[in-house]
Design a protein around this ligand. Sequence first.
Ligand SMILES: [Zn+2]
Length: 148
Amino acid sequence: MEEVNVVQTKNGTVSVASAFAGHKEAIQQRDHKFLRIAVEEAYKGVDCEDGGPFGAIIVCNDEIVARCHNMVLRNTDPTAHAEVTVIRKACEKLNQIELSDCEIYASCEPCPMCFGAIHLSRVKVGNALLFLRFSIYLYLLLMLKEFH
Ligand SMILES: [Zn+2]
């Protein structure tokens, strides 16, 4: 039988730390997989000169519903950030304005406008903590690419 870590706090609430051994690692691997695809989108956007180095994907039931990158230059639209464009794409594809069943993964921490779009669409954020780690990762990769 799997070992379950039960944590009891001072106010008496009980939480289960993990449902099964390796649960945390499985979630991290999933998040890394989707964040890596979002970063690939960022590279794609830079390569085809569509806009800044930002990518985003929307996932529903472990399947990618939409993927896009920053389209500010291509669309001559200062609001065409990766998160906004991918939300628009996903809504169009799913023919709905609410994405509460979906998750968004972005290559960078979203700006205030994109946070607004994420809030309005009700899409869940894949893993907020990994945003920062990947932002630094992407920045370093782009810096290396720039100077070599
Ligand atoms: Zn933005």
